[in-house]
Design a protein around this ligand. Structure first.
Ligand SMILES: *[C@@H]1O[C@H](CO)[C@@H](O)[C@H](O)[C@H]1NC(C)=O
Ligand SMILES: *[C@@H]1O[C@H](CO)[C@@H](O)[C@H](O)[C@H]1NC(C)=O
Ligand SMILES: *[C@@H]1O[C@H](CO)[C@@H](O)[C@H](O)[C@H]1NC(C)=O
Ligand SMILES: *[C@@H]1O[C@H](CO)[C@@H](O)[C@H](O)[C@H]1NC(C)=O
Ligand SMILES: *[C@@H]1O[C@H](CO)[C@@H](O)[C@H](O)[C@H]1NC(C)=O
Ligand SMILES: *[C@@H]1O[C@H](CO)[C@@H](O)[C@H](O)[C@H]1NC(C)=O
Ligand SMILES: *[C@@H]1O[C@H](CO)[C@@H](O)[C@H](O)[C@H]1NC(C)=O
Ligand SMILES: *[C@@H]1O[C@H](CO)[C@@H](O)[C@H](O)[C@H]1NC(C)=O
Ligand SMILES: *[C@@H]1O[C@H](CO)[C@@H](O)[C@H](O)[C@H]1NC(C)=O
Ligand SMILES: *[C@@H]1O[C@H](CO)[C@@H](O)[C@H](O)[C@H]1NC(C)=O
Ligand SMILES: *[C@@H]1O[C@H](CO)[C@@H](O)[C@H](O)[C@H]1NC(C)=O
Ligand SMILES: *[C@@H]1O[C@H](CO)[C@@H](O)[C@H](O)[C@H]1NC(C)=O
Length: 418
């Protein structure tokens, strides 16, 4: 059980490492509980993944007696699950790991936009590349206006259809298999708010990236950095509507890469993945070195940079290497403070090495009261693969390699189409 003990060691306090053996009595009881709720296929899947050490580690964890939340896909969820996941033993095991959340989450689920964030057992570096290199991926869920708990920002809306428990394991039975968060580039085409316009702008700016295998610094587009190279960031991504509204200001900056880069850097916190519960009544330093201030009130959650305040339309779009919050305005701030930026990176790097153990909602104590009935039309839809954006924009592949000067044309086109 070598792998199991490594897995446990990474996730639980040292005192728990002794309990690495699977408790067969416990697992039998858990399977029985699932079967009593009509969830029969999941037991087969759990038995199937038990053929690998990672799978054995997952079962050892959940049968340890500690509190866990298990998102249990029902039979329909498993039979309709993508074959490229169920047919790939390693990916299936990682996907099941994404359904298991250490900790006690049984207290009441907040109503959207209050969101619960829990850190799962998914640590495979193929799918998780957060700051510090040792953080597991999170899942986000909230109760919607329909009174049901939804796992947020999943390609297929995954709803909790029943709740049961076995000993300290709370079981949320869900109607769609959870999909491990995908890269930024894969997330964009299905985003309901529309992120194709900001993607285009991100493609026009270069950023230096240090390659640890060659020890050389190379420039990549900021889009490529967010898609692949940066590990741990928070990006406030203006929606297509926000970009269209800011078109005249953006046009006046087009051609000036320094200014566009500063504006984009002021939308990003580099080195820290901040989920929505952490964005309340505190400030962070942007990649450009300016202050990003956060507030929360009855109409929603807001980010302010210089004299622009944007409302978060869609929080917690999870990525393997960070998080995106979609906002309704472009933060038109060209201010730069390289000293503040590098000191923020340094402190983020030191925080990132701290123990990743989290067995309660991430940042929950910092969430302040929200009146969900007055959210003023906050987005309440998940990415479903439907494009319902207000603007028709060229497909992603058509946009790669656009120059800064082409930006003005694109922005103009967006406005025309609107
Ligand atoms: C295994 O689980 C059973 C059922 O929950 C429990 O009664 C028993 O104490 C556990 N055994 C160990 C060694 O933890
Ligand atoms: C998983 O595999 C281990 C090792 O082969 C075995 O001891 C254990 O009983 C299996 N557990 C389940 C639930 O099949
Ligand atoms: C698990 O639940 C039992 C009672 O059901 C409780 O006594 C025990 O403290 C719990 N264990 C943990 C680690 O919370
Ligand atoms: C599985 O296939 C779907 C399309 O059917 C695709 O969107 C997804 O990226 C694939 N997933 C993996 C892990 O290959
Ligand atoms: C949001 O979370 C806070 C803190 O837990 C809680 O007091 C408040 O009632 C929640 N609001 C809603 C609408 O769930
Ligand atoms: C890169 O630098 C590190 C530390 O200075 C060194 O150990 C490593 O050998 C270097 N790698 C290459 C490819 O030069
Ligand atoms: C990267 O871009 C910067 C600014 O445009 C430039 O000064 C630098 O020489 C470039 N570096 C490389 C390795 O191309
Ligand atoms: C952003 O963070 C990455 C590490 O994830 C680092 O390599 C890069 O230099 C940083 N870039 C800026 C502009 O802060
Ligand atoms: C480009 O923008 C920078 C920063 O906003 C500004 O200092 C500079 O004067 C601008 N350059 C031109 C050619 O407008
Ligand atoms: C955040 O920054 C704003 C503007 O700079 C400032 O007014 C506010 O007091 C700061 N808030 C905190 C909690 O530091
Ligand atoms: C909430 O804050 C935003 C941004 O500061 C503001 O525009 C809005 O009026 C505030 N709403 C309430 C109800 O205070
Ligand atoms: C922000 O302030 C600057 C200068 O103080 C001004 O030029 C700009 O128009 C303002 N932007 C907004 C969105 O109010």
């Amino acid at each position: 059980m070598k792998t199991s003990s490594i897995l446990l060691g990474a996730l639980l306090p040292a005192a728990a490492i002794a309990q690495i053996e699977q408790n067969e009595t416990f697992i039998t009881g858990l399977f029985q509980t699932l079967q009593n709720s009509g969830v029969t296929s999941l037991s087969d899947v759990l038995t199937q993944i038990n053929s690998s050490e990672v799978g054995q580690g997952l079962l050892a964890n959940i049968s340890s007696g500690s509190p866990y939340l298990l998102f249990a896909p029902n039979n329909d969820a498993l039979s309709s699950a993508p074959e490229n996941i169920t047919g790939d033993a390693g990916l299936l095991t990682d996907t099941i790991g994404y359904h298991i959340v250490p900790g006690n989450f049984s207290s009441s689920i907040p109503t959207y936009p209050n969101i619960t964030i829990g850190r799962t057992l998914l640590t495979d570096p193929r799918f998780v590349r957060l700051e510090g290199g040792n953080k597991a991926q999170v899942a986000a869920w909230a109760e919607r206006e329909d009174g049901r708990t939804h796992v947020l920002n999943q390609r297929n809306d995954s709803t909790v259809v029943d709740v049961t428990s076995f000993e300290n394991v709370t079981v949320y039975i869900i109607d769609h298999l959870l999909i491990i968060p995908e890269n930024f580039s894969s997330t964009i085409p299905t985003n309901n708010e529309g992120l194709t316009a900001i993607e285009t702008i991100l493609q026009t700016v270069q950023t230096p990236v240090f390659n640890t295998s060659t020890n050389e610094t190379a420039n990549v587009t900021l889009f490529q950095a967010l898609d692949v190279d940066w590990h741990g960031f928070t990006f406030f991504a203006p929606s297509n509507g926000a970009v269209a509204n800011a078109s005249s200001s953006l046009e006046s900056l087009a051609g000036n890469e320094t200014a566009i880069q500063a504006v984009l850097y002021n939308h990003i916190i580099n080195g820290t993945t901040l989920y929505s519960p952490l964005l309340a009544n505190q400030n962070f330093t942007s990649t450009a070195g300016a202050t990003l201030a956060f507030t929360i009130n009855a109409t929603g959650q807001y980010v302010t940079s210089a004299n622009t305040t944007a409302r978060i339309l869609q929080p917690d779009v999870l990525l393997p290497n960070g998080v995106v919050h979609v906002i309704d305005s472009v933060l038109l701030n060209t201010e730069e403070d390289p000293e503040a930026a590098s000191s923020a990176i340094a402190s983020a790097t030191s925080v990132a090495t701290e123990s990743p153990t989290e067995t309660e909602p991430v940042g929950f104590s910092q969430t302040v009261s929200l009146d969900a009935t007055a959210t003023g039309g906050a987005d309440s839809t998940d990415a479903t693969g439907e494009s319902s954006g207000a603007f028709v924009v060229p497909g992603r592949n058509a946009l790669v390699g656009l120059s800064v000067s082409a930006l003005a044309v694109l922005v103009g086109a967006l406005v025309t189409l609107a």
